[in-house]
Ligand binder design. Structure first.
Ligand code: GTP
Ligand code: MG
Length: 205
């Protein structure tokens, strides 16, 4: 799939105020600084569409980007950022949870994981939460440019082992990506395109 248009529509912290068109959407979630906003820019080919920063905690709201006039990418705040206050953390948590539980347009969540790191408790907890809530999701490993291909495969294998040990029967569908060199872009867009097709032909909503 080619992205021919990508535009920012709205930011907010209230799920009820998100766009109410019956269009499929894909939300990016993960720890602060894992590369959610950068991935949105990489996929759309627009360097400044979503705001990014080397400092964690940049994205603070639910941000809707309309793509090709018929589906949405959603940028969310990161979880697990130690430096935000308890109150801010609780507020983020509340609207992120509300988003995942109430947003009917959400067809797939993308949980971003830094491919260099060992499995983190907070990510495993979030993945378990999605599984228990029966919310469809995939894993996206980010920053693959920072390690070699062999190491990347080893780390994915270790992640799979960890998930199986925490009760998953199989590794969820996953993608290996780099926002720096566009690795994984075509695979991810093809995946989205296939869901969009079945969404529009079956009218899943
Ligand atoms: P929050 O909005 O704070 O939750 O962070 P985020 O997950 O949106 O991360 P963001 O996209 O802002 O990126 C964080 C930092 O990681 C920035 O300095 C990016 O340039 C860098 N980064 C993101 N993706 C990649 C990647 O694929 N490769 C490399 N080398 N750096 C990346
Ligand atoms: Mg961000």
């Amino acid at each position: 799939m080619k992205i021919t248009s990508a535009e920012f529509i709205i930011s907010n912290s209230d799920v009820k105020k998100c766009p109410n068109e019956p269009l499929p959407e894909y939300a990016f979630i993960g720890r602060s600084n894992v590369g959610k906003s950068s991935l949105i820019n990489m996929l759309t080919g627009q360097k400044k569409l979503a705001k990014t920063s080397a400092r964690p905690g940049k994205t603070q709201l639910i941000n809707h980007f309309k793509i090709n006039q018929n589906w949405y990418l959603v940028d969310l705040p990161g979880y697990g950022y130690a430096k935000v206050s308890k109150t801010t953390k609780a507020t983020f948590q509340k609207f992120i949870t509300e988003y995942f539980e109430k947003r009917e347009q959400l067809v797939c969540g993308f949980v971003l994981i830094d491919i260099r790191l060992e499995a983190q408790k907070i990510d495993l907890e979030f993945i378990t939460y999605l599984g228990e809530s029966e919310i469809p999701f995939c894993i996206i490993f980010t920053k693959a440019d920072k390690i070699g291909k062999v190491k990347a495969q080893q780390n994915v294998a270790a992640y799979r082992k960890k998930l199986l040990a925490t009760g998953w029967e199989e590794m969820p569908q996953y993608f290996i990506t780099s926002s720096l060199n566009t690795e994984g872009k075509d695979e991810l867009l093809t995946f989205i395109d296939e869901i969009n097709e079945s969404f529009h032909s079956n009218k899943l909503l």
